[in-house]
Write a protein that binds this ligand. Structure first.
Ligand code: PGA
Length: 251
C-alpha cells in the first residue's frame, strides 16, 4: 500500500459563477468522509466563498496561480498570502495554459512555487510535453528540464507534481498506461536523485489530461499514480464524484 494519501484535485480554470457553489455542496454530501483528499481550485473570484462552503468538510481549496511576490503593484495578480487569506491550502503553478497564455517560464514557475511555500501553501507544479515533443522522442528530456528548473531546491514532501501531457488536456485523448507509468516512474526517480528517497516518496504524483469517470479506474490502478488533476470533469459534482469514488476504491 502506498504511504501517500491519494488526491483528487479539480481545476475549474476560468469557469464557475456563484451558482457553481451548489455543485460543491453536492460533492461534500456525496463524500462526507472521503477515503482520499479532495481539492478544488476554483477561479479566484469564488475561492473564499467556496472555502467557506467547504469549511466543515474534508474538501480543501486552492488557487490556480499566484504571483511570485507577496504584495505590490501587479494589477490583476493574486499573491500566495491572499490565497491563504481566502482559505486555500494549495496552489497550482506552471499549468501549461499559463505557460502558453502568459509566457510563464520554468524560472517563473519556480519563483511562484517558492512564494507559495514561503506563505505556507502546498504547490501543485505542472509539467508535460507537447505532442510535437512526444513525437520527436523528447518527452523525458522535457520533463527532466521542467522538473529541474520549475521545482525549488527546498521543495519538501508537501509538494504535488502533476504530469499533464499538453496534448491530453481538454482533448479527450489520454496517455496510455505505459506512457503514464514511464513518466511517473521517471519523475519519482528524478525527485529521489535530487531530494532523497524520503522526500520523493512523500510527493504525490497526479496524472492530468482528459480524466473522466470512464477512464479514471484504469488510470488509478497504475503504479505511482497518486491521483488526478481534473479539468472539465471537475466542474459538476455528477462528473467529479465518480472519479473520486474510483480513487477511493484504488487505495
Ligand atoms: P482536462 O484538464 O481534464 O479538462 O483535460 C486537465 C487540466 O488541465 O488540469
Amino acid at each position: 500500500m502506498s504511504p501517500r494519501k491519494k488526491l483528487a484535485a479539480g481545476n475549474w480554470k476560468m469557469n464557475g459563477l456563484a451558482a457553481a457553489l451548489d455543485e460543491v455542496s453536492q460533492l461534500i454530501k456525496a463524500h462526507p468522509e472521503p477515503g482520499c483528499e479532495i481539492l478544488l481550485c476554483p477561479p479566484a473570484t469564488l475561492l473564499s466563498r467556496l472555502s467557506e462552503r467547504a469549511a466543515a468538510s474534508a474538501v480543501a481549496t486552492g488557487g490556480q496561480d499566484c504571483h511570485a511576490e507577496i504584495a505590490g503593484a501587479h494589477t490583476g495578480d493574486v499573491s500566495a498570502e491572499m490565497l491563504i487569506d481566502a482559505g486555500a491550502s494549495h496552489v497550482i503553478v506552471g499549468h501549461s495554459e499559463r505557460r502558453a497564455d502568459h509566457g510563464e517560464t520554468d524560472a517563473t514557475v519556480r519563483a511562484k512555487a517558492s512564494a507559495a511555500m514561503a506563505a505556507g501553501l502546498s504547490p501543485v507544479i505542472c509539467c508535460g510535453e507537447t505532442l510535437a515533443q512526444r513525437e520527436a522522442g523528447q518527452t523525458l528530456d522535457v520533463i527532466a528540464a521542467q522538473l529541474q528548473a520549475s521545482v525549488p531546491d527546498d521543495a519538501g514532501g508537501a509538494l504535488v507534481v502533476a504530469y499533464e501531457p499538453v496534448w491530453a488536456i481538454g482533448s479527450g485523448k489520454i496517455a496510455g498506461p505505459a506512457e503514464i507509468t514511464e513518466v511517473h516512474n521517471f519523475i519519482r526517480a528524478r525527485l529521489s536523485a535530487r531530494f532523497g528517497h524520503d522526500v520523493a516518496q512523500a510527493v504525490r504524483l497526479l496524472y492530468g489530461g482528459s480524466v473522466k469517470a470512464d477512464n479514471a479506474r484504469a488510470i488509478f490502478s497504475l503504479p505511482d499514480v497518486d491521483g488526478a488533476l481534473v479539468g472539465g470533469a471537475s466542474l459538476r459534482a455528477a462528473d467529479f464524484s465518480p472519479i473520486i469514488s474510483a480513487l477511493e476504491a484504488s487505495v
